[in-house]
Design a protein around this ligand. Structure first.
Ligand SMILES: *Cc1c(COP(=O)(O)O)cnc(C)c1O
Length: 387
């Protein structure tokens, strides 16, 4: 089976983790701050907070932005459920904005129209989570301008997008958002096994997220409500969690980070090779923004329904039968049973649902060979019954 994604572990990665195992610190040592500083410097952010997953990073990001009961969080339906669930963790209501038909990201025009309606109804969102699907950045300048006008805060869910660029800046620079989140799950662009990070240029948000990831407990006298009783003293000043990253994970992240640009270049080369190989097939290949570099976490094609005889499901199953580990990113979140409880139904977000009926993620990862890629193209040609 050719998997849809695959991590790449080098001897350098293994040595780095072993060194930590033999050291004095397995957690709360020097590697986590080193990893945070390296990522912050790489993408041009002031603060970076490593945590045990992107899901945790999204949670503390929402809390730091003050999201709570009675508030709304808006995001795209075409994302992993975590982009929406973070709102629910805080007791907020979640709503969705339909996707752009070219990028499959949250559509700024649909967002503007929905905001105007929400304003008259008095239910504007407090937070909008912009997800850079497949690594391709959202139209952040437009979303930011709407944030200024309608007063919402912006989280970039860049779980797919580390190493990519928007208008010349690395994603994570935070030019058009309050907080950016990365995931280091093994299928993503670089990995720490499990792991995530929240980046911000705002000192107060960084301080809040730092507290929230570690029980709301501080040893910093400047943050305490009254003077320390002694050298042992710590103070819980808020309700936080244990979302810390381990030293092993941070060491792995540091050596992975050194290969980030290579990975993104390799992924882009493979994507362009797919573009060329699929040009004659009845599929839509991924359109790319001219002002961006995508991290190319995923390569998603859409079937041209009017030119393909077998159904979407048949094409997908035939690919799997031929040993091609295709996947589908994603089932529209509003159609999940959990979210249907909030009165969402099929038909609410037509562009997202049309995408879901046609999309297939083809295998792509940095160590994929051209021979493997050719095998995918052959299998797809068979599955589509192209004659
Ligand atoms: C993977 C992913 C997440 C969650 O990442 P974890 O590190 O596994 O918690 C969130 N959002 C998107 C878009 C993702 O792809």
């Amino acid at each position: 089976m050719i998997p849809y994604g695959k991590h790449d572990i080098s001897q350098l990665d293994i040595d780095a983790v072993l060194t930590v195992l033999k050291s004095d610190f397995l957690t709360q040592g020097p590697m986590v701050p080193r990893f945070e500083q390296a990522v912050a410097e790489k993408v041009g952010a002031r603060h970076a907070l490593a945590v045990n997953s992107a899901t945790s990073a999204l949670h503390i990001a929402c809390l730091a932005l003050g999201l709570g009961e009675g508030d709304w969080l808006w995001t795209t339906p075409i994302t992993f459920v975590a982009s929406a669930n973070c709102g629910r963790y805080c007791g907020a209501r979640v709503d969705f904005v339909d996707i752009d038909t070219r990028t499959y990201n949250l559509c700024p025009q649909a967002l503007a129209a929905k905001l105007e309606r929400a304003e008259t109804e008095g239910r504007l969102p407090k937070v909008v989570v912009a997800v850079h699907l497949c690594g391709q950045p959202c139209d952040m300048q437009a979303i930011h301008a709407l944030g200024q006008r309608f007063g919402f805060r912006i989280i970039e869910d860049a779980s797919h997008a580390i190493g990519g660029k928007y208008q010349g800046d690395y994603i994570g620079s935070g030019r058009y958002s309050d907080i950016t989140v990365f995931s280091f799950h093994p299928v993503k662009i670089i990995t720490t096994a499990e792991g995530g990070m929240a980046l911000t240029n705002d000192d107060a948000l960084a301080q809040r997220m730092d507290l929230l990831r570690s029980h709301g407990v501080t040893r910093d006298p400047a943050l305490m409500t009254h003077e320390a009783d002694g050298l042992w003293y710590y103070q819980q000043i808020d309700l936080g969690y244990n979302y810390r990253m381990t030293e092993l994970q941070a060491a792995l992240g540091l050596t992975q980070l050194e290969r980030l640009d290579d990975y993104v270049a390799r992924r882009n080369a493979l994507a362009e090779r797919y573009d060329a190989a699929l040009a004659e097939l009845p599929v839509t290949t991924p359109w790319q923004r001219p002002d961006s570099v995508s991290g190319r976490h995923l390569y998603v094609i859409r079937l041209k329904r009017d030119r393909v005889t077998p159904t979407h499901r048949q094409v997908f199953e035939r690919l799997r039968e031929q040993g091609i580990g295709v996947n589908l990113h994603y089932i529209p979140v509003h159609t999940q049973p959990y979210y249907r409880e909030f009165d969402f139904k099929s038909g609410d977000f037509p562009a997202a649902e049309a995408y879901y009926a046609e999309a297939i993620s083809l295998p792509m990862y940095p160590t994929m060979t051209h021979a493997q890629q050719d095998e995918v193209v052959r299998a797809l040609t068979n599955a589509l019954e192209v004659t």
